[in-house]
Structure formats: C-alpha cells, structure tokens
Design a protein around this ligand. Structure first.
Ligand code: BGC
Length: 726
C-alpha cells in the first residue's frame, strides 16, 4: 500500500514536471500533441539569425583530425552540431555506424560489429534488416548519441568498389528495401537515421573529383530508385550527399538530385547534410538543396550569414533548412527522449550479430563436402588468422575491436587503412563443435607448407581474405597476397578442400573447379566464427543468397578497368603539387547494370545474383500468373528443414525498351522436410514501371509480361506470362 502511494505520488510529480515542460508558455514547442512541423516552426519563431546559422553546420573535424578541438557536448563521433540551450534544443551528435558504431574506443565504450551490410543483405530478410538497425540505434542511444550516419545504399556498379561492404548490392529493389528497413530499425530506437551517399558515389577512385555522366532514365531506374525505396520505407531524418559530381554539378549542390528528385519527387522532409568536406559553395549549395554542412563551417557558417543578409539566400530558405533539422529532431524523439548513457550490452549485441551472420553466409558451392561430420579425425584450418578472429571492413565503417586488433592486440581506436580482426575465432569454435577431432591451424603464408599441413586431414578449410576500405578500390577482382596460389596448392594436396571467403565483395576464383566447397562469409561480424561453425556442421542450414553477381574475371565486367584508376607512383601520391586530374565516369552498361549485364551479353557469371545453396533441395511447381497476382508452389524435397528465397523476375513488354529481366519480388519461405507451401505475391506496380523522361514520371506499360520464378537471376525454375493493364 505504502509503495503504491509512493508510486502514485511519484507519477503526479513526474506528470507535473513533464506537463510544466510540455505546456509551459515559454516553450510551447514542448507540447507533444503538436506535429513535429508545428513544433519546429514554434522554435524557429524564437531563433536569432546566428542561432539559425549555428544549426546548419558542424563544429569542425573533432576526433577525425588529431589535434582538432573537441567541442563541449560532442560525444566523440564524426560530427557535432551545437544545440541552443536557451531554447532547450540539444546538440546533434552524428556517429558513423555503417556496420556498428564507430569510434567507441575513444571513450572506452563497446560497440557490436555486425556482419557487413552486403552480407546481411544476403539474407534477403527485412526483419533481419530491422534488427540490424535496432542494434545500431540501441548502442548509439546507450552511448549518448542521437544520430546515425550509416544507411549506405549505393548500388554496386563497380564490384571492386572499396565500400561495397557498406552497401546492399546491385539491385535497387532489394537494396532499397533492405536499407529502408535497416533505417526503420535505427529510428525505432529514438535516434535519427540517415541514408548515404546520395548519389552515384559508386566507386572510391576519384570520389572527390569524378563527374558521373548519366542519363535521366538510368539514374531514376538504378541508384535513385534504390534511394527512393529506402526513403519510402525508412523515412530517414538525414540524407548525406556524396563527394562526386553528377552531370557537372557536385552532388551537394545539385538542383536535380536534391531539389527536384529528393525533396520534390520523393517528398523528403528531413535534411540534406554534406559528406565530410563535400560542401563546395554557399549560395549555390544552399539554393540547390543542401541543408547542413559537415564537418566544418567554411561555407554554411559566416558566409551563409552574410549571404542571408545580402539577400542571396532568402530567410525563407534558411528557415526551411532549420525547419528540416528541427522537425526531424522532434519526429524521431531526440528532443522529448534524449539518449541517456548506459553500458552497452555486448552479449545482446553479439547474439544479434550471430543471428544475422547465420542468414548472411552464402553457400556458393558444395560437392558433397558439407555439412562436415563432427566425427572427423583431423580438420586443417589455413590462412586469414582463423586461429584468432575474423576480418572487418575499414574506413569510416571501422568498428573498434574489443581488446584491440585480434592479430596485433593494441588497445585503442583502430588505425585508418589497416586490417582489423575481431576476436571471434574459427579455430576455437570448430574445435568446440568437434571436440574429438584434431583441429589445427596453419597461417598459410607458405603455400607448399600449407599443402603439406593439409594433406592428411579429413578436410582442409582455407580462409581467404580481401580487406576493403573507404577511399580505395581494389584494382582487380583477384584475392590479394597470392591467396589464389595458396588455395590451389592446398586443393592439390587435399581433395576435400573448402574455401571460406572473408571479402568486401565479389572476387574471382581461378581455383573454383579444384575445390569441393565455397562459402561467402563476407565480413561476418563479432558472432562470425560461431555462425560459420554452425553452418559448416549443419546446425544451421545456409539460406543466404547473393545480392551481387560474382564475375569470372574483370574482362566480363562492363568496365574491365576501374574508370579513372591511374596507378601513381609513391612520389606522385605524396606530392601536393601533383593533384590528380578530374575525370568523367560514364558507366557503359547504362540500364543493363548488375545481373542484367550478364543476360544481355550472354556472359556466364561465376556465381549469379540470387544464387545460394542449401543443405536441402527445393522444388518449384504450378506457376499461375494472373495480372499482378503470381502464385506457385514451393516444396522442400530434401531431408532437412531449410529456407528458400523464392525470387520473382519479370521481363517487360517490348514497348518498355528494356529486354532483360528485373527482380520485382521475393519471399523467404521456411519449409520442413517434405513440406509444400503455396507462395502468393501481388506485384507492386511501381516495380513494374519504367521512367518516362519526357513526362518526368513513372509509367506502367500495358502488355504481356514474362514472369520468371526461381532461385537466382540466371536460372528460372518456372516461366510464364501475364497480361498487365494500366
Ligand atoms: C565518408 C562518410 C562518413 C564521413 C564521416 C566520409 O569520409 O564518406 O561516409 O560518414 O566521412 O566520417
């Protein structure tokens, strides 16, 4: 009774404190029954010109540049916007968090390393995408940060792009849907989310100086479609414009991209922030749609104030910029429910990371070698520090490893450009799964010695790696450091060789016919070794499917050489007078990007988009297509439970002038052995449409559509046609 009374008293107190703040005449914007837009406008009415200008730029490079000042209120993330105390508006702490929260080590904090976004997108599972975002949002909040700057959704045009691991693959519908749900997950934790890098920052080579020349239809049906879908699903608070130019204008001062498409057609209500140092002007940038300069204030600080005073930027536009920022803060709860710091729960994060990894890993090849038997006598593990850990991706997506880099333990923040391994040891996990087997490790730096080491093992597992990072593309699709020779040597010595890839994206595999099994583990995150072990031994049936095509060689790519990639000598690289020359990028594939390229040229990929094996077999039958309704039966014809990602592609009628298939829907279906289910999907007319550049709008072409259903873009199990009306 006493307790209940105390509870009631407390509630009254909390209510009266809350209600005072909520309805106080001095801060009417704290009235939560008003809309985010109304609340933002009430604040703006009270703001001075200086306060408005203060809200639309960062405070400098902080932790990113050693020796820079770290302003009070900054939470040691990549960016900080100072708040306005007198109005009760908190600062905005922006933290890189592509695959987990970056820079945790600066303040002895912990952050979960998730599998790469490309890996997670291999799950084709939107619930998992939300979980991915929730982990990030939760840990940001627990660290006291209120905005994520992850959400990469650039399409893979360049499979050697150093940042492909931060993105969700080559298909706009899959990537946009996946990242949209990821953003939803982040924002469900009452932190602001973001999507980036808008747009066409599809390679790192020359990212600050290249100019992507691209026609409107291709723009709208490829990368911009991915952004459009991610925006519609995720409603991110921020959109980060990219470094590069598009059709002559920098992305951060590009009227077409920002005003016409993003804010106009998509109806984006949040704010556009520049990539770090990606602002190039004041009046042009602001009038063409940029709302916030990061990380500095060279253009949107004092020069913006002067431009407003001179009338070159209208007060209405400045108010619009501030409105977009404030309404996002209200809409996503960062003013009403500011994050309270507490200890991040590493165990919860690790379990979530493992769960995501288990659906991310793709079984690419299996000639009766997997799953492994737990009664094997000797299992030989080779390469990639598989004794201690798993690789992570670098750049601004780098998460700090607990205890420091597992291969070279050193506490503190991770260095830029150096491979960092996380303490999730395949050796330990495999040994735990098969305690009676001799599980041994060889570093793999001498191919002949590794072959000898592998010779008498029941199975040899070669771990190969490709470290990728922002600011750099891999010049080729080949694995670095003679790892191809290592695999060939081991495969020649042991007929039961399996390769586990820890790569940022697709790689070539000249040895593919020599080995019995290949698994793409991507960068698998802090639960990576556990997830991989569960898959190797069949405790988890693999269900990942490629969100990206693996080409056989560079020669099969639309651009066999990366555009603008000029090998420069070291002295040129470090000579400040030898600035690289700006260049144009013209992606020759146009609308035939990704898997469409292979269909339209007849080239055979090494592994097709959508491909991925299971330890069971699936059978498709009884396709019925009626208008936009597609039905078929899916059966698990094997003896293990498993999940199939049934993919639906269509080829549009000839009038669409796009004679190759596109993914329009998928369903991930779990089936017990022998079980059948009818899969029923209504196709979204938006995904059947083409962009009409004369009408500047989407158009659904009436006519006969071919329907292809199956387990990859290369091979359909069922084909039919359907008549679609307007
Ligand atoms: C990257 C962004 C990142 C920013 C802040 C830039 O170099 O391109 O993705 O968010 O740095 O770290």
């Amino acid at each position: 009774m006493k307790n209940r009374m105390r509870g009631a008293l407390l509630a009254t107190l909390v209510f009266s404190v809350g209600s005072h703040a909520a309805f106080g005449a001095d801060r009417p914007w704290m009235n939560t029954s008003l809309s985010a837009d109304e609340r933002a406008d009430l604040v703006i009415r009270e703001m001075t010109l200086d306060e408005k200008v203060q809200m639309v730029h960062g405070t400098g490079w902080g932790v990113l540049k050693p020796g820079s000042e770290i302003p009070a209120g900054s939470n040691f993330g990549a960016g900080y916007v100072a708040g306005i105390d007198r109005l009760g508006i908190p600062g905005i702490n922006l933290a890189d968090s592509a695959v987990g929260v970056r820079m945790a080590a600066y303040q002895s904090r912990y952050a979960t390393l998730l599998p790469s976004v490309l890996g997670a997108a291999s799950s084709w599972n939107t619930e998992l995408a939300e979980l991915y975002g929730q982990v990030i949002g939760r840990e940001l909040r627990d660290q006291g940060t209120n905005m994520s700057i992850g959400g990469g959704v650039n399409l893979t045009r360049e499979p050697r792009n150093g940042r492909n691991f931060e993105y969700a693959g080559e298909d706009p519908i899959l990537a946009g849907t996946f990242v949209g749900h990821l953003i939803k997950g982040v924002q469900s934790q009452q932190v602001m989310g973001d999507m980036k890098h808008y747009a066409f920052n599809d390679q790192e080579t020359g990212r600050n100086i290249n100019n992507v020349i691209i026609d409107e239809r291709t723009m709208r049906e490829t990368d911009l479609l991915a952004f459009q879908i991610a925006h519609a699903i995720g409603q991110p608070a921020g959109v980060m414009c990219s470094y590069n130019k598009v059709n002559g204008d920098y992305a951060c001062e590009n009227d077409y991209l920002l005003n016409q498409v993003l804010k106009g057609d998509f109806g984006f209500k949040g704010f556009v922030l520049s990539d770090w140092g990606g602002t190039h002007s004041t009046v042009k940038a602001v009038n063409n749609g940029l709302d916030m300069e990061q990380a500095d204030f060279d253009y949107l600080g004092a020069p913006l104030k002067a431009a407003v005073e001179k009338g070159e930027v209208s007060t209405a536009r400045l108010n619009d910029m501030v409105h977009r920022i404030l309404r996002s803060m209200f809409a996503h709860g960062v003013i009403d429910h500011p994050p309270q710091r507490k200890v991040v729960n590493p165990f919860e994060g690790r379990d979530d990371a493992q769960r995501i990894a288990e659906e991310s890993i793709v079984l690419l090849k299996n000639e009766n070698v997997l799953p492994l038997s737990k009664s094997a006598h000797r299992i030989a593990l080779i390469g990639s520090h598989a004794d201690v850990g798993v690789l992570s991706g670098g750049g601004s997506a780098q998460v700090d490893a607990p205890g420091g880099n597992a291969i070279n333990p050193s506490q503190g923040a991770s260095p830029w450009g150096k491979p960092v391994y996380f303490p999730s040891s395949p050796l330990k996990q495999i040994h735990a799964a098969a305690p009676n087997a001799k599980v041994e490790f060889n570093a793999g730096d001498d191919a002949a010695a590794a072959a000898n080491f592998a010779r008498d093992a029941d199975v040899a597992i070669v771990f190969v790696n490709q470290y990728m990072t922002e600011g750099w593309d891999s010049p080729t699709l080949s694995l670095p450091d003679q790892q191809d020779a290592l695999v060939s040597a081991v495969a020649a010595a042991n007929p039961n060789t399996i390769v586990v890839l820890e790569t940022g994206g697709p790689v070539s595999m000249p040895w593919v016919d020599q080995v019995k099994g290949v698994l793409a583990a991507w960068y698998p995150g802090i639960g990576g070794a556990e997830a991989l072990t569960n898959i190797l031994f069949g405790d988890v049936n693999p269900s990942g499917r490629l969100p990206i095509t693996f080409a056989k060689t560079e020669n099969d790519l639309p651009s066999p050489k990366i555009q603008g990639l000029k090998p420069r000598s070291q002295s040129e690289e470090f000579d400040p007078k030898k600035k690289p020359e700006p260049f144009d990028v013209r992606y020759p594939e146009g609308l035939r990007y990704g898997y469409r390229w292979y269909e339209s040229t007849g080239k055979q990929p090494l592994f097709a988009f959508g491909h991925g094996l299971s330890y069971t077999k699936f059978e498709y039958s009884q396709l019925q297509a009626n208008g936009r309704d597609v039905k078929f039966t899916l059966k698990n014809a094997g003896d293990r439970a498993g999940a199939e990602t049934a993919q639906i592609y269509v080829t549009l009628p000839a009038s669409a002038d796009e004679p190759y298939k596109r993914l329009v829907a998928w369903q991930k279906v779990e089936l017990q052995p022998g079980e059948s289910k009818q899969v029923s999907v209504t196709l979204d007319p938006a995904y059947l449409s083409v962009f009409n550049t004369k009408k500047h709008g989407w158009e659904l072409k009436p006519g006969k559509y071919q329907v292809h259903v199956g387990g990859s873009a290369a091979k359909s199990a069922l084909d039919g046609t359907t008549q679609i009306k307007h």
